[in-house]
Design a protein around this ligand. Structure first.
Ligand code: SF4
Ligand code: SF4
Length: 431
């Protein structure tokens, strides 16, 4: 694609990077066929190619974002399905990241949207605030219908609908500590405990620690680690995201310097995609560029790490698992085989639902901010999963777990919960 940026514009490293990305796009349109919003809405401006044109126009003219551009960029799930499909290697992820930051800086959203976004950004990334919000939501749930009818409060009504009916008690199972390996240690990893996940499903981190230590891997949960920054990063709140990244980089490099680390293990693929991108996110920060690149190089999804441990083959368990590959797992991190192979090796029969490349509609805060599109994607995903007639659904991202669980009665677990059970852990709650 031809571009017309001035030398002054290209002096901005963010613009220079976006220009390089834009020039790679050859307008072939292959990406449209696998873009969930184009598949649902059929509007070119809701396809990757259409969004690329909108971003090009906005950046090239150096203008503030307008309502049309914001509408179509907001509808993008950042699922990155387009990147898997694109034959030219267009780095849509970093282009849309830049567009979102530009929107955040130059576009004034209606006051009610600014208020809702600020509440989300000040709540979800902080476990104690998020837990309190979920407990309050349980009590306020009967008001959801009423709130949704008031334009100002609609987002909060949607959040009440999405809140789980029960909030697990705060768990001590993954507190900051060093968890000793059973037997002679064969590895040492840091674990990201995360923000929303330990509140919604503390069992996931507990199962991860049990499984890893049982396989002779020492697990470090460092004091001070926290939200990876992905939630606010996808809202264009770059400073908040970069500060979260810097905090985690400091904490994990300290752990690496003390006793070495083979990996930083992540159990939410949305977070994994972001942490693997820390090196890029902080590339212009002289104090952090090199350190962030080191952290990104150490980051591994739990299934990626487990695949290297050569876990023993287990006998059949007589249980069929529908494996839902989160977008951040398959498109963001390109991890497609490891989770299924681990499940099969652990004795589960694995089925893959149709349209596996399409997002379930969770996408961070998307199900709160774009509820109509999100609900359609959820219904389609659940239909495809239920068609495989599984006993249980497995996936590797808490957002997908919450989203899909709200649309089906089939139990849904994190892949690691099933693996932990197969290798001697307790039967997962919910089965
Ligand atoms: S990230 Fe997903 S929703 Fe956004 S343009 Fe690409 S395929 Fe479409
Ligand atoms: S598939 Fe790639 S090159 Fe083709 S239009 Fe989409 S982004 Fe551009």
């Amino acid at each position: 694609m031809q571009t017309n940026f001035s030398p002054e514009q290209l002096a901005d490293p963010h613009v220079a990077e976006s220009e390089k990305i834009l020039r790679k796009c050859v307008h072939c349109g292959f990406c449209t066929a696998t873009c969930p919003t184009y598949v649902l809405l059929g509007d070119e401006l809701d396809s990757p190619r259409g969004r690329i044109y909108l971003i090009k126009d906005m950046l090239e003219n150096g203008r503030a974002a307008d309502t049309e551009t914001v509408t179509h960029i907001d509808r993008c799930l950042s699922c990155l399905s387009c990147m898997t499909t694109c034959p030219s290697g267009v780095d849509y992820m970093h282009l849309v990241d830049h567009a979102r930051v530009h929107i955040e800086k130059t576009y004034r959203r209606p006051l009610k949207d600014r208020f809702a976004r600020s509440v989300i950004a000040a709540t979800l990334p902080y476990p104690s605030r998020f837990r309190l919000a979920l407990r309050t939501a349980r009590l306020a749930r009967p008001l959801a219908g009423l709130l949704k009818r008031v334009p100002w409060l609609r987002t909060f009504g949607i959040m009440l609908d999405l809140a789980p009916p029960a909030v697990p008690a705060a768990s001590d199972g993954a507190r900051a500590a060093v968890y000793a390996a059973k037997g002679t240690p064969r590895g040492r990893v840091a674990l990201l405990t995360g923000c929303a996940q330990p509140v919604l499903r503390p069992e996931i981190n507990e199962a991860t620690i049990r499984l890893l230590t049982g396989q002779s891997v020492e697990v470090v949960v460092s004091a001070g680690e926290g939200c990876c920054g992905a939630l606010v990063h996808h809202m264009g709140r770059e400073e908040q995201a970069l500060n979260a990244a810097r905090r985690n980089v400091d904490v994990w490099l300290k752990a690496a310097e003390e006793d070495g680390l083979d990996a930083i293990v992540i159990t939410a693929s949305g977070c994994g995609t972001t942490i693997k991108d820390y090196g890029h996110m902080l590339r212009l920060d002289p104090a952090y560029a090199e350190k962030a690149a080191k952290v990104s190089a150490l980051a591994k999804d739990i299934t990626e790490y487990l695949a290297g441990l050569d876990l023993p083959e287990q006998g059949p368990r007589g249980m069929t698992v529908a494996y839902h590959s989160a977008c951040s797992m398959q498109h963001g991190q390109k991890i497609t085989l490891a989770p299924k192979q681990l499940l099969k090796r652990a004795g589960f029969a694995v089925r893959e639902p149709a349209e596996g490349h399409l997002c379930c509609g969770s996408a961070g805060t998307y199900n709160i901010l774009q509820p109509e599109i999100s609900a359609k994607l959820k219904a389609r995903k659940v239909r495809n999963i239920e068609a495989t007639k599984p006993n249980v659904i497995a996936t590797g991202n808490i957002g997908c777990i919450t989203q899909i669980a709200s649309g089906t009665n089939i139990p849904i677990l994190h892949t690691v919960e099933l693996l932990d059970w197969a290798y001697g852990g307790p039967k997962p709650t919910g089965l």
